[in-house]
Design a protein around this ligand. Structure first.
Ligand code: ZN
Length: 390
């Protein structure tokens, strides 16, 4: 927007408005742009008076430049008024040419349609904020968590503050140290032949305080590379090959979006939360006695509880991605564990139980124990009071 009052400061423009008896709304005083936009709708006489004041200021400025600066006579100490200036309050540079007064607009800024330039600026900002670059996620080198790139710092590994905190206190033969510190290798990048790493704001904050980040791999959070045969297991599959059950899991799921309507018309995506509770170990030991794997699916209702929040009938296919049990996946995991994990060497594979597992389906025991809650207000209540605990 052309500023016809360019030589005047915001304060001077407001002063002139006051002289002319023109009330400037409080909202318009917050920035020069808003102020100029407000005055563009003022009566012609007010705008002319302010414009004349701007012309007058230019003329005065030129005259004082020609006569030179006033010299200090030494009779009294100069008084300097130090004042913090805002961007809008800064004395504008002298303008050789003052833009002419624009024709009066019929509406004030409020409810005015944005100009083409403003629309393009908004679109540019939106595209920039939602671009692949802005939404990119990276892995924190210290804690291996995936974080938005704009919440991380990318620094040379040599410049990590308090880097000694990331040296593992209990070294493991499989640790891969990068320049002497334990980092997630996915988060380490080579830039200009110098090793850099991303660090999330949590880890960086702790390192700057010379503290070991809570979730750092070096804080005994390192578990090494999880083999595919174990990483692909669902929760029920993990439980069927688990020697111990220290906790039970309560799943509360609802359709993505909202669940006021019939679930059959909604997408199949589900979301929710999982709460785990400690188990009575004595009872569990009695339940899973023996040295055979996998466990029978009959134990699952004792360890997993599923509550579906929503109206309508829940299609069983919705649970499949979370609660499916694949016989071949369980067998592959057990064979890998028997070969690589000494705690599993005493177990033998019970093929009778193995063959009783679904080939690829949700065990009937889980389906039978799934409850449905039609009071959808629970979702808001639980979200509002959710407090994560250890
Ligand atoms: Zn981190």
């Amino acid at each position: 927007m052309s500023d016809s009052f360019k030589p005047l400061t915001v304060a001077e423009i407001l002063q002139e408005c006051q002289k002319q008896g023109y009330y400037v709304r409080y909202h318009s005083r917050r920035s020069r742009t808003l102020l100029v936009a407000d005055i563009s709708t003022a009566p012609e006489s007010v705008r002319n008076a302010i414009h004349q004041s701007a012309v007058q200021k230019i003329a005065t400025s030129r005259t004082s430049n020609q006569t030179g600066k006033r010299k200090y006579t030494g009779e009294e100490p100069p008084v300097r008024h130090v004042r913090h200036k805002t961007a809008d309050d800064v004395e504008p540079e002298e303008a050789e040419v003052i833009p002419p007064l624009l024709p009066i607009t019929q509406t004030r800024l409020f409810m005015a349609l944005p100009s083409t330039v403003e629309v393009e600026d908004c679109l540019r900002s939106f595209i920039k904020a939602s671009s692949n670059t802005a939404l990119k996620h990276v892995v924190c080198g210290a804690c291996a968590r995936e974080k938005p790139i704009n919440e991380t710092e990318f620094i040379p590994i040599a410049d990590i503050p308090s880097r000694n905190q990331l040296v593992p206190e209990h070294p493991h033969i499989a640790h891969v140290l990068t320049d002497g510190v334990l980092l997630e290798t996915i988060g380490v990048k080579n830039k200009d032949s110098v090793l850099h790493a991303h660090f999330c704001s949590d880890c960086m904050r702790d390192l700057k305080r010379n503290q070991l980040p809570t979730f750092a791999l070096a804080n005994r959070m390192w578990i090494g590379v999880v083999p595919d045969v174990l990483a692909c297991l669902t929760i029920p599959e993990q439980l069927l090959i688990s020697p111990l059950y220290t906790r039970c899991f309560v799943f509360k799921l609802h359709p993505k979006g909202w669940c006021d309507d019939d679930v059959s018309s909604m997408q199949r995506g589900m979301r929710g939360n999982v709460t785990s509770f400690p188990m009575n170990m004595d009872d569990i030991i009695d339940m899973v006695h023996g040295d055979k794997m996998p466990r029978p699916t009959s134990i699952l209702p004792s360890i997993i509880a599923v509550t579906f929040i929503g109206r309508g009938r829940l299609p069983s296919a919705w649970l499949k991605s979370t609660f499916r049990v694949r016989r071949h996946a369980v067998l592959s995991a057990l064979e890998w564990l028997a070969e690589n994990n000494r705690y599993f060497r005493s177990y033998t594979i019970d093929h009778e139980i193995l063959n009783s597992l679904p080939e690829d389906d949700v065990p009937i025991e889980i389906l039978a124990a799934t409850r449905q809650e039609t009071d959808t207000a629970i979702i808001d209540l639980e979200s509002a009071s959710y407090v994560p605990t250890g």
